[in-house]
Design a protein around this ligand. Sequence first.
Ligand code: NI
Length: 155
Amino acid sequence: MAILEIVKDPDPVLRRKAEPVTQVTKRIRRLIKDMLETMYSADGVGLAAPQVGVSERVIVVDIGEGPVALINPEIEIDEASGKEIDVEGCLSIPGTFGYVERAEEVVVNGLNETGRSTRIKAEGLFARALQHETDHLDGVLFIDHALEIQSETDK
Ligand code: NI
């Protein structure tokens, strides 16, 4: 495993629409392991592949309940419910925080690291992290829809 370099805003890879993964290969499994190690070493709760310079649809999340990796994640719009405003940050935008409205509960479909279809029901922080990371795959950053943005340098 390896700790990868985290790409920072405004690197263009963060704004690109990431490509779907066509096959869950050894390379993808290694990418997932490296992303998890990178996320843990940076004290993050989620990471998307574009944040390590890989424009492919892979995300990892761990809100303290164990690692979850999703390939080609798709949020089921019909199953999303509730609205919640809470503070978010991003490892690609260090020192910046903002309040973002997200669905309180979501259902996300995708593939796991073994290539199996998986369906995750999530709420609260887990749901928020999945929405934040899935946004990254479409080139969307939390600052794009934050209601209020604060930088540490503003204080
Ligand atoms: Ni982020």
